[in-house]
Design a binder for this molecule. Structure first.
Ligand SMILES: CC(C)(COP(=O)(O)OP(=O)(O)OC[C@H]1O[C@@H](n2cnc3c(N)ncnc32)[C@H](O)[C@@H]1OP(=O)(O)O)[C@@H](O)C(=O)NCCC(=O)NCCS
Length: 268
């Protein structure tokens, strides 16, 4: 089992993370030319062929703006110096160029990873960066973001019933919950969202991996505690990563943001 993570632990100096979730109603429609100022042609083309382009555009804009914020830069004219690559059915990446790349080098930012998420009305991004005088770390940090609308989760549980809950919730978690008040939608939603974050942080479940390998319990104050076991735990050991942060926040009424950050295992 990998080490227990405090739900909202203080970030260590060499790993920084920034997250931004945008209300999709507040961004321009997908076909507006404004997007050309923020996204590059390849990004625009990839997003515009998706079923709901605006979600993918907004997630990429959030990624760029959160990267700029992490570097202490304003977003005026900085977005096109950052390219969001990949995504779709695999992990996205960030390429920094020009003024943004120079600022990152000046700030001692080594590896940068990004995670994207969208729900019906929101889209967002988590950026995790290795920072410090030592520059690049032997192992790049990783992160996963998930956005969950509680009403949709409630509906999914209603429709999927016991089989959905059983797929997501393992025996140890059921045991831990039995000592607490009745299993509520909030707790199962937090659990599911954090597990989806882990899936994203490791770029898909490793062979043999499943939701039960990610164990989410809650401390007395309701903060989540994350452990990775089984195939997921073994995968993390192999790539020398360990969970570092597992946190949740409400970004709008009924909308949950979950964040998981992984850092190089054994780092003080
Ligand atoms: C990868 C996964 C977590 C994505 O979740 P989702 O709810 O479909 O979509 P979200 O809006 O939360 O996230 C979408 C983003 O995840 C990112 N993503 C997709 N696959 C990814 C992967 N393997 N690793 C990291 N990020 C990935 C993409 O950037 C995507 O955004 P984009 O299309 O704009 O590029 C999910 O599809 C998955 O595989 N879950 C695992 C197990 C499972 O079976 N779940 C079903 C529910 S019971």
């Amino acid at each position: 089992m990998s080490p227990v993570v405090p739900g909202l632990g203080e970030m260590r100096p060499h790993v920084r993370r920034s997250v931004r979730v945008m209300d999709v109603a507040a961004v321009p429609p997908a076909n507006e030319a404004t997007w050309d100022r923020w996204l590059r042609p390849a990004e625009l083309a990839a997003c515009r062929e998706r079923h709901r382009p605006v979600l993918h555009l907004a997630a990429r804009l959030a990624a760029k703006r959160t990267m700029l914020a992490l570097l202490g830069l304003s977003h005026t004219d900085g977005e096109r110096d950052i390219e969001v690559t990949g995504g779709g059915r695999s992990a996205p990446g960030l390429v920094l160029e020009g003024r943004v790349a120079r600022r990152a080098a000046w700030a001692g930012v080594g590896q940068v990873t990004v995670s994207l998420a969208h729900a019906d009305g929101h889209a967002g991004a988590l950026v995790v960066a290795h920072c410090g005088p030592q520059g690049r770390s032997r192992v790049a940090p990783a992160g996963g973001l998930d956005i969950l609308e509680l009403s949709r989760w409630r509906l999914a549980v209603h429709r999927g019933g016991a089989s959905l809950v059983a797929r997501v919730t393992g025996g140890y978690e059921c045991l831990a919950d039995s000592r607490k008040p009745a299993l509520d939608v909030w707790r199962s939603a937090v659990r599911f969202a954090l597990k989806e974050c882990v899936v994203k942080a490791v770029d898909g479940f490793p062979s043999g991996g499943r939701f039960h390998d990610v164990v989410v319990t809650f401390d007395d104050t309701g903060r989540p505690i994350l452990r990775c076991t089984g195939a997921v735990g073994r995968h993390l050991s192999a790539v020398q990563l360990e969970p570092y942060e597992a946190s949740v926040a409400t970004v709008a009424p009924g909308v949950l943001q979950a964040v998981v950050v992984m850092r190089q295992a054994g780092k003080a």
